[in-house]
Design a protein around this ligand. Structure first.
Ligand SMILES: C[S@@+](CC[C@H](N)C(=O)[O-])C[C@H]1O[C@@H](n2cnc3c(N)ncnc32)[C@H](O)[C@@H]1O
Length: 274
């Protein structure tokens, strides 16, 4: 294959083909208007491969029987924006209302961060567990953190973040959560005690879920926003099935269950109980 230094523009039929492929595998529904995003995110990959057109790239994706290139394409097209203590009122609710009754019970506590991106959400949950443990004592708490993208999961497992990712965190929180990382200046690693209760796994929310037990809390925030309404509704119903009675579901603030058929009661903005 010859190495292409330039890549032809994305044609409408190529955009539709990429959109259909992405929707089929991930549920992500790229709306018209996202052509620029597709062009920008995939063009570098086409150049790396020496493929001059998007049609050629799609052929390459389909011919790769390992599925590796398809995963790579999906990785490039997912939006992974996240931050520590994002939508922080959820973490106040977790600390003050959701976890204390669970800490008085005998059951192990299981929390799922579905669509965890590069780890900021599950590590924030882990820091909240630490807070509650200080008052209530140690408990068996595990956080499962899953995402479709292998690229973000590698970063999540490394748990190393640039100084810029810690912006907005007060000094005590920084000290509690992070230690300096050897790899370079301005790099911080989540403390081992916080990492220990989080396990990461690749999981496509559109496929079978292998987990056997139920969860007391599920976070699935800023993930459904990329799905169409029927896909969102199916997902919410599946989360309902994965929660214990009285379990809590947190969704993103720009997401909503309005108009859906579900068994949840409203608790607070973007927070629901089974
Ligand atoms: C914008 S991030 C949200 C991260 C975090 N939950 C937050 O609110 O900060 C959305 C994540 O959902 C993941 N995602 C998208 N479609 C998915 C799917 N079908 N299965 C699993 N994860 C998916 C993406 O890879 C991305 O990391």
């Amino acid at each position: 294959m010859s190495v292409a230094s330039t890549v032809a523009g994305l044609r409408p039929q190529e955009f539709r083909a990429i959109r259909d492929r992405l929707y089929g595998i991930s549920g992500i529904d790229l709306q018209p208007g996202k052509e620029g995003l597709v062009q920008t995110r995939l063009a570098k990959r086409l150049r790396e491969l020496g493929v001059p057109t998007f049609a050629g790239y799609l052929e390459y994706v389909e011919q790769d029987a390992s599925g590796h290139e398809l995963s790579h394409m999906v990785d490039l097209l997912t939006t992974n924006k996240t931050s520590f203590f994002r939508e922080s009122h959820h973490f106040d609710l977790l600390r003050e209302r959701v976890l204390p009754p669970l800490f008085t019970g005998a059951d192990p506590i299981r929390i799922w961060s579905a669509g965890c991106s590069s780890g900021e959400e599950p590590y924030t949950i882990s820091a909240i567990i630490d807070d509650v443990e200080q008052a209530a004592g140690k408990r068996d708490v595990k956080i499962l953190a899953t995402d479709l993208s292998s690229r973000v999961l590698t970063r999540a497992r490394d748990a190393v973040y640039d100084e810029a990712m810690l912006e907005g965190l007060d000094r005590p929180t920084r000290q509690r959560m992070f230690e300096p990382f050897d790899g370079g200046p301005g790099r911080w690693r989540v403390r081992a005690s916080l990492r220990a209760r989080v396990s990461f796994a690749r999981l496509n929310l559109m496929k079978e879920w292998p987990m056997k037990g139920r969860f007391q809390v599920i976070f699935c925030r800023n993930v459904m926003i990329y799905f169409d309404r029927p896909t969102q509704e199916r997902l919410i119903q599946r989360f309902h099935g994965m929660l214990c009675d009285g379990g809590h579901l947190f969704i993103g603030h720009s997401e909503s269950l309005t108009g859906m058929c579900h068994g949840f009661s409203y608790v607070a903005p973007a927070a629901y109980v089974k």
